[in-house]
Design a protein around this ligand. Structure first.
Ligand SMILES: [Zn+2]
Ligand SMILES: [Zn+2]
Length: 235
């Protein structure tokens, strides 16, 4: 690819201002401390699926995980998927502002590095179908997973599995059809080198995508799966 310096200079990667309020931060693609504090942080969440629990709810798992646990053991989603998080994620996904991925994964890494629980041995981004990858030019989950792996010192494997069916975007389907839409959507090509794996995605909505990938990884030999996402939307 020809290096397009004009585009680069005009791109939002260059200014040293907060991406939300435009206050000068002095750092390339950043948020100021006020905007970081004002983000819709997930306060109380289900340990297993990451959905928001009402304030004061002391349960570890939500009702739906107690009745029908998903095929992953834990979820870490640090933000709620509402303004301005949706804006940042959409800029990343649909305008290709890849620097936003390092910004968001930096926030997630900061949270994860302070936890007590043992870390997974491998990070696997949710794969995009090759056709969609060609159209978009990048996989936002991979863009998030790479800096996460670097900061946390965990290997990132983007070749372990592939999306073999180009499924409809989950958000366009009624809830009941979502699981069916994803059935056998992923194929794992070899036995994972570790039994504890973190699946990385940008936004977790119903959890069906991560669930289907977790199921495929378990069939291939993984034992403990967790999901790391920037944000969690409601059920
Ligand atoms: Zn700001
Ligand atoms: Zn739950």
């Amino acid at each position: 690819m020809v290096y397009d310096w004009k585009h680069w200079l005009q791109s939002p990667r260059f200014p040293v201002h907060c991406r939300l309020c435009a206050v000068r931060t002095g750092n390339a693609v950043s948020l100021c401390t006020d905007c970081i504090a004002d983000l819709p942080w997930m306060k109380s969440a289900c340990h297993q699926c990451g959905c928001a629990l009402p304030a004061g709810d002391i349960r570890l798992r939500c009702g739906s995980c107690q009745q029908q646990p998903p095929p992953f053991e834990a979820t870490t989603a640090i933000l709620q998927y509402r303004p301005p998080v949706d804006y940042l994620v959409q800029r990343l996904k649909f305008s290709g502002e890849l620097a936003i991925a390092s910004l968001l994964s930096g926030l997630l890494a900061r949270h994860l590095s302070s936890r007590q629980a043992c870390m997974p041995g491998l990070v696997v981004p949710v794969p995009l179908h090759p056709t969609r990858l060609r159209i978009r030019g990048f996989n936002q989950a991979t863009e998030l997973a790479r800096p996460l792996g670097r900061i946390l010192g965990i290997a990132v494997d983007t070749r372990l599995c592939r999306r073999t069916r180009n499924t409809e975007p989950q958000s366009l389907l009624p809830v009941k059809s979502r699981r069916e839409n994803l059935r056998d959507a992923f194929r794992v090509y070899r036995t994972p080198t570790t039994s504890h794996i973190a699946i990385v995605d940008d936004v977790m909505t119903s959890g069906h995508t991560a669930g289907e990938l977790a199921r495929a990884l378990k069939r291939a030999g993984a034992e403990r799966l967790e999901v790391w996402a920037i944000a969690r939307a409601g059920h």
